[in-house]
Write a new protein. Sequence first.
Length: 103
Amino acid sequence: MATIQNQLAWKSGDPTPRRRGSTWMRKRAAWLKKQPLCQDCMAEGVVNADDLEVDHVIPLFKGGKDNESNYRTRCSRHHKLKTAQDMGHVIRPEIGVDGWPIE
């Protein structure tokens, strides 16, 4: 199975094959135990321990490594924003019912 994943990663141009399954879940759980808060929310002065994800600071598809030196705890909102930025997408602000951006 790992060989197939490596071949698919190689064919797609992804230099680091994605890691999922029980091994990834153990790594994820261990990291979230060490870093149980969204690090981006903390930088904004907010404590957030809800809906956490482990993000690769340098994305795997850009050659980042799948180890703790490349992990960062992010809430799903910050993870989506960073992933969109990594992919080169423009993030449009959410607009409230009054027509003004919601921050």
